[in-house]
Design a protein around this ligand. Structure first.
Ligand code: G6P
Ligand code: ZN
Length: 565
């Protein structure tokens, strides 16, 4: 068998290799134009993994198919081989969705995974590249590990690579072997689909898909889920192929922005507004986010996860009950109403999927979600876009099993609001703001929190002259109930006496400048208050948040957000 030819190569640290909310995200140009930029980061990952665990270990490698992934995969093979890794499982053509990777790590008992994605950020030669490490539970590395990786990147002097390792054709399934090291190209969907089949009743969903009253559309936004969409929705469940759009993975997402929201998925949004389909779904580049729309109806992600939780009995995986429910802090408060009603534990965590992982590993969390179009459960340790779509298909199938007239997504959500009340919810995003004014605006709000000047402040609303009064304000801090670690500075919260909330955060997933996010949440229980337009119903709260408290225009010079959810 071919011996590995291992070389040690001198290098020097690059600044700024600190992983953010979800791994290291950089412009492709920065990664490509700096020799050994990627090598340094990959070696730094291996430097923090205990040698005895690394030796002979299995690692999973794959990504969303964006530009530079193919070259990066070969570099990872070479550095992994030289660092004692025994076996690498790589997706066909280098493609694996983030949730599929999490499933494979767990199913194959791998040591971890290297995921090549910048998620929903644009790709291509001028777009973003991303890399993150996941642990043996299938979830993103905790901060203790990412901080250790970062420290390595600041001290690195050399890396090792096996120069004679490469796999010319990642399109062909099969195993490539060297002495003490192998690479196996695996089907991108098989393991993941096998897991989904243990969670859902595919037969019941097939019946829904075959119902002529139900028209389904899926938009992969030219990301990795095109591969999964074809296999799962079309081949397995019978959705006509013409109802799958943008389902060929592309290195630059077909010159698009693979973020499933009302701004960046215009093709799907247009079809749904025109009433062409009863359910329209989209995934982001790496398949962990989802947007679900009904016929002329926007399903807010915060509502989506609350409704899934409330309908858990429709989903076979949850038939023995729910262990607990959770949401991230800026996500609307709809979820805790369900938790209370079902009498199960509820957790509010900071933004970032990793915070759910500990709760899941401890067996206290079943379903969770975030306003940022992330929904998931403890079947894996990443959020899961296709899973969320299947949940809704299953819930629709369940409600329509014995119904004479078609029960739509909107019907199910309206029923939910009648039972629990409605959280009117919206998020405003201001992208690519200079870091300085963004920080100054946050400092201005923080100052008002610190001096307690906001408490008791009253605002008369323009709509009906009612008064909104601030009850409390803080900088959200979370103490993990499992490992007791404390995460501070997780978003500025303004809470009103009626439970309404305004939240300010700076995005942790951008690659240049700052993105300011402002979140608005207002609860209504009265049945006469459930059917208003979201933006007009929130207008007073929005004005208080943007003008009175943040002075957003003054600091950022922006009149309008780039994206409204
Ligand atoms: C990633 C994480 C999510 C998180 C989101 C926040 O997608 O996986 O868990 O909600 O980032 O993004 P932001 O840009 O708001 O920091
Ligand atoms: Zn993603």
């Amino acid at each position: 068998m071919t011996k590995l030819e291992i070389k040690t190569i001198s290098t020097k640290p690059f600044e700024g290799q600190k992983p953010g909310t979800s791994g290291l995200r950089k412009r492709v140009t920065e990664v490509k134009d700096n020799e050994y930029y990627l090598h340094n980061f990959v070696q730094s990952i291996f430097n923090v993994l205990p040698k005895e665990q690394l030796s002979g270990a299995t690692l999973v490698v794959g990504g969303d198919g964006r530009y530079f992934n193919r070259e990066a995969i070969q570099i990872i093979f070479q550095i992994a081989a030289a660092n004692g890794v025994g076996h690498i499982l790589v997706g066909q053509n280098g493609l694996l969705s983030t949730p599929a990777i999490s499933a494979i790590v767990r199913a194959r008992k791998a040591l971890g995974a290297i995921i090549l994605t910048a998620s929903h950020n644009p790709g291509g030669p001028k777009g973003d590249f991303g890399i993150k490490y996941n642990m043996s539970n299938g979830g993103p590395a905790p901060e203790s590990v990412t901080n250790a990786i970062y420290k390595q990147t600041t001290e690195i002097k050399e890396f090792a690579m096996a120069t004679n390792v490469s796999v010319a054709d990642l399109g062909e399934l099969g195993k490539h072997q060297w002495d003490g090291f192998s690479v196996e190209v695996i089907d991108s969907v098989d393991d993941y689909l096998a897991l989904l089949k243990t969670i859902f009743d595919f037969n019941q969903i097939r019946q829904l898909v075959a119902n002529p009253k139900f028209r389904f559309n899926f938009d992969a936004m030219s990301g990795v889920t095109g591969v999964y969409g074809h296999r799962i929705f079309s081949q397995e469940l019978g959705v006509p192929v013409q109802n799958l759009i943008n389902c060929v993975p592309s290195e630059d997402f077909n010159n698009g922005h693979p973020d499933p929201n009302l701004t960046y998925a215009p093709e799907l949004v247009k079809k749904m507004k025109a009433g062409e389909f009863d359910m329209g779904c989209a995934s982001d580049g790496d398949g962990d986010r989802n947007m679900i729309l009904g016929n002329k109806f926007f399903l807010n992600p915060s509502d989506s996860v609350a409704v899934i939780a409330a309908n858990y009995k429709a989903i076979p995986y949850f038939k023995s009950g729910l262990k607990g429910l959770a949401r991230s802090m800026p996500t609307s408060a709809a979820m805790e109403l369900v938790a209370k009603d079902l009498n199960v534990p509820f957790f509010e965590v900071p933004t970032g999927w990793k915070f759910f992982g500990n709760l899941m590993d401890a067996g206290t969390l079943s379903i969770c979600g975030e306003e940022s179009f992330g929904t998931g459960s403890d079947h894996i340790r990443e959020k899961d876009g296709i899973w969320a779509v299947l949940c809704w298909l299953q819930i629709l199938a369940h409600h329509n099993a014995n119904s004479a007239s078609f029960v739509s997504i909107e019907d199910i959500v309206q029923q939910h609001w009648k039972h629990y009340g409605r959280n009117y919810y919206s998020r405003y995003d201001y992208e690519e703001i200079d870091t300085k004014p963004a920080n100054e605006m946050m400092a201005h709000i923080k100052e008002q929190i610190n001096t307690k000047s906001l408490i008791g402040k009253r605002f008369t609303t323009s709509a009906n002259g009612s008064v909104l009064e601030i009850a409390s304000a803080d900088d959200f801090e979370y103490k993990d109930p499992i490992d007791k670690s404390v995460s501070s500075n997780q978003g500025l919260r303004i809470i009103f006496t009626d439970g309404s909330r305004i939240i300010y955060r700076l995005s942790g997933t951008g690659s240049t400048g700052a993105t300011v996010r402002v979140y608005f949440d207002k609860y209504e229980k009265d049945h006469s208050q459930l059917s208003f337009d979201t933006q007009s119903h929130l207008s007073s709260l929005i004005n208080i948040g943007l003008v009175e408290i943040a002075k957003l225009q003054h600091y950022t010079n922006r009149n309008e957000p780039n994206v409204i959810t």
